[in-house]
Write a protein that binds this ligand. Structure first.
Ligand code: LMR
Length: 396
């Protein structure tokens, strides 16, 4: 059976991690996979996480199963983090299942959508996170793209996006990135969120909000604004969230899939379907990451410390955006890179071609995704000059 298989190319993002590890260039820079890095190039465990883990080690009483929805206290705290004091929560219209990372949450959402409407198409931004399309297709959904990023002008194609989405059939699902769009860094402003929300209501599509970077763009509240505007406008919404980036819990695989239904009874029915999906895929989620997040969000002191650490990560990223723009401009490169400062989160497209990307990797040991997406958090005061010189060289 196995001998009929053909080898597949490595994952466009994760494959870079392996290639980077093997590179012996002492000046190499990893701007590939989306993990936060500090000035020393490390992805440290947050102090709030360390304290919560020590607490868990002392206080965990059992390794018995935690149930299909996972840790319910975690689920409720995630709902508040995402929605604040939204009326959907007050009306008991929200149900959440803890999931193995944001990707696990997306897979649960995909299977749930299929149970609602097996013919639903899921619409994703063009471009989107490389794994979105494979994930939804693997779940048996058909995927279509809607215009989003204007590579030429380094801006949103908002009018084209609205034009396309106004023709989406009722019953389809439209995936939106709540903040820090992956891979472009280009986000909707408040007016644009309001237009989109009104459109979702008028056209009757269901929004699926992927929120993997809450707190990495402007603030925890600001980054959830679009999600909350959508939740104000529509009766049904799916939210896939992740604690990988904002809690730095990447390898613990902790996220959540939340459903907002039109009323509490429908929410219960929807939740029963979501939990049967969970049971059929992985039975139930792992405990560790949820306990950590629950302990942090359940303690005023640890929450304060987490906010501080999150602010530090975001401020560093935003500072690096300015540094990259200035350093590239100082090299006299003809291309304008000022858009990098206007975008949000860890990613931007450099806007260079395949050959230039390959030269960065081969000649300089600088690893960026083949779409020219860079993770700005991989830059530091130590490597910025090397990076700017390399970009100037390949852009000559
Ligand atoms: C990324 O986009 O680099 C991250 O979300 C990591 C991943 O799984 O692709």
């Amino acid at each position: 059976m196995f001998s009929a298989l053909k080898p597949l190319p490595t994952d466009p993002i994760l494959g870079l991690m392996a290639a980077y590890k093997q590179d012996t260039n002492p000046n190499k820079i990893d701007l590939g996979v989306g993990v936060y890095k500090d000035e020393q190039g490390n992805t440290p465990v947050l102090k709030a996480v360390k304290t919560a883990e020590a607490f868990r080690l002392e206080n965990e009483k059992s390794k018995s199963y935690i149930g299909l929805a996972g840790n319910l206290d975690f689920c409720h705290k995630m709902e508040s983090l995402l929605l604040g004091e939204h009326q959907a929560l007050l009306a008991n219209r929200v149900r959440t299942a803890q999931a193995p990372g944001g990707t696990g949450a997306l897979r649960v959402a995909a299977e749930f959508i299929k149970r609602c409407n097996k013919d639903a198409t899921i619409w994703v931004t063009n471009p989107t996170w490389a794994n979105h399309i494979s994930l939804f297709e693997a779940a048996g959904l058909s995927v279509k793209e809607y215009p989003y990023y204007d590579y030429e002008n380094k801006d949103l194609m908002f009018d084209e996006m609205i034009e396309t989405l106004s023709k989406v059939p009722k019953g389809d699902v439209v995936l939106v990135h709540a903040c820090c769009h992956n891979p472009s860094g280009m986000d909707l402003n408040e007016t644009q969120w309001n237009t989109l929300a009104q459109l979702a209501k008028d056209v009757g599509f269901t929004p699926l909000v992927d929120i993997a970077y809450q707190g990495f763009g402007s603030s925890l509240e600001e980054d959830a604004r679009g999600l909350r505007i959508l939740a104000d406008a529509v009766e049904e919404l799916i939210i896939c969230s992740s604690c990988s980036k904002n809690f730095g819990l990447y390898r613990e695989r902790i996220g959540a899939c939340s459903l907002i239904a039109k009323d509490s009874a429908t929410a219960d029915i929807s939740s029963s379907v979501m939990l049967s999906v969970v049971r059929a895929i992985y039975s139930m989620p792992p405990a560790h990451g949820a306990d950590i997040v629950n302990t942090i969000l359940g303690s005023t002191e640890l929450t304060q410390q987490w906010h501080q650490e999150l602010d530090e990560m975001r401020n560093r990223i935003n500072g690096l955006r300015s540094l990259i723009k200035q350093s590239l401009a100082a090299k006299g490169i003809a291309q304008d890179f000022s858009f990098i400062e206007r975008q949000h989160g860890m990613f931007s497209f450099l806007g260079i071609n395949k050959e230039q990307i390959a030269r960065l990797q081969q000649e300089y040991g600088i690893y960026i995704v083949g779409s020219s997406r860079v993770n700005v958090a991989g830059i530091s005061d130590t490597n910025i000059d090397y990076f700017a010189n390399a970009v100037a060289d390949v852009c000559k």
